[in-house]
Design a protein around this ligand. Structure first.
Ligand SMILES: Cc1ncc(COP(=O)(O)O)c(C=O)c1O
Length: 403
């Protein structure tokens, strides 16, 4: 694949999308195919994809490994109801339990659904084992999904007045402030919940000493630690799970995005001592369906390989160096993040213009904040593709800053 020289995109009229509910400012392009780090639109134009379904397609677009898993499983069994065990459900649960050091897994379909499960499990545990405790301490600027409870758990300022009344029981504290958590824990507290790296907020890390101290504090005070690894999990940071960098293990972890490599798949993973759902407390028609679980097994087996994770570390370090150089050339700021979840501080509110300029040049990048760009390419992205991306950004930044 290669980038065309066309400076403007062939767009379609608004009437072409009239039946699609208008919930986001989408560019008037229709993608029809994808392979590796590349997407192709309906006019045949290729785009270099550093968004990858929002950090979802960890093996890139249309990886043969996933296509084989989908085909093989579809020929055997697509769905047999979550009321029965199926082979991929058992295999994926075992893989995730073994790899995480946790014990039991509930498979779901989206990150928000997995987090709802984590919230319910913590409330059930609090009801049974901590005298009815139900509150969950979460972080300012955190992001946990778009269901009513996960929106209430999130610390997104724009959502403060949306869909009132909010689900109660969430107490917010600043990230990396251990004293604030210690002060917030009370008799009603069941758990503390956070992302190892706040992705949607703009890639801000929970620092390693903070995570270690938080693990210690939650143990001492008898409350659960829930890590939302929906964006950081499945190799994104160079380890299979983000918490491995801090050498800790949570009581509950949630996964989605990279777990399915592009298909809807999520997981709620918990330590045995916390697994207290009774029959009927938790479920879902598509939860644990064999088709998605088979894909999850193929993805996790691939990403867990030491050579694969080493590539993420190396390419992440290469992308960091390239971004540092670019930042120096254009008077931008620091690079944040780990592995292949990185952000560039632009030092000015020009992210939307850079994203639009990059799109015109055939590059997809995300601006999670007015002053930052986020990079979440396929985990098997090549250094040549990184070079191509940096070349486009260099040109776009130069033009916008000179304006
Ligand atoms: C950390 C985190 N948690 C939860 C979610 C919600 O996942 P989903 O969109 O699959 O519901 C996201 C999505 O961006 C996320 O980044």
């Amino acid at each position: 694949m290669e980038l065309t020289d066309t400076a403007s995109i062939t767009t379609l009229p608004p009437s072409a999308f009239a039946a699609v509910m208008d919930i986001a400012t989408r560019p008037p392009i229709v993608f029809v195919a994808g392979r590796g780090s590349w997407l192709t639109d309906s006019t045949g134009r290729d785009y270099l994809d550093f968004i990858q379904g929002w950090a979802v397609n960890c093996l890139g677009h249309a990886p043969p490994l996933m296509l084989n898993a989908l085909r093989d499983q579809a020929e055997r069994l697509i769905n047999c109801s979550p009321a029965y065990y199926n082979a991929p459900m058992i295999a994926l649960a075992e893989l995730l339990a073994r790899a995480s050091g946790l014990d039991q897994v509930f498979l779901a379909n989206s990150g928000a659904e997995a987090n709802e499960g984590a919230i319910k499990l913590a409330r059930k545990w609090g009801a049974k084992h901590r005298d009815g405790a139900y509150e969950i301490i979460t972080m300012d600027h955190g992001f946990h999904g778009r269901t009513l409870a996960t929106m209430a758990a999130s610390g997104k300022k724009q959502w403060e007045k949306l869909y009132e009344p909010k689900v109660p029981g969430f107490v917010k504290v600043p990230l990396n402030d251990l004293a604030a958590v210690a002060a917030a824990i009370g008799p009603r507290t069941a758990a503390v919940m956070l992302e190892p790296i706040q992705g949607e907020a703009g890639v801000f890390e929970a620092e390693t000493p903070y995570l270690r101290a938080l693990r210690e504090l939650t143990r001492q005070r008898g409350v659960l630690l829930i890590l939302d690894e929906i964006q950081t999990g499945i190799g994104r940071t160079g380890r299979l799970f983000g918490f491995e960098h801090a050498g800790i293990t949570p009581d509950i972890m949630t996964l989605a995005k990279g777990l399915g490599g592009g298909v809807p798949l999520a997981a709620l993973v918990a330590h045995g001592s916390v697994c207290c759902f009774e029959y009927g407390d938790q479920g879902g028609t598509f939860c644990g369906n064999p088709l998605m679980a088979a894909v999850g097994c193929a993805v996790v087996e691939e990403v867990s390989k030491p050579a694969f994770l080493a590539h993420v570390v190396q390419t992440g370090a290469y992308l960091t160096r390239c971004l540092q150089q670019l930042s120096g050339q254009h008077g931008c700021g620091a690079i944040r993040g780990k592995g292949l979840l990185l952000a560039l501080d632009l030092k000015r509110d020009i992210a939307a213009r850079v994203v639009a300029g990059a799109l015109e040049r055939g590059l997809l990048v995300n601006g999670p904040r007015p002053d930052s760009l986020r990079f979440m390419p396929a985990l098997n992205v090549s250094t040549a593709e990184v070079d191509l991306m940096i070349g486009i950004l260099d040109e776009v930044l130069g033009r916008i800053i000179a304006d």
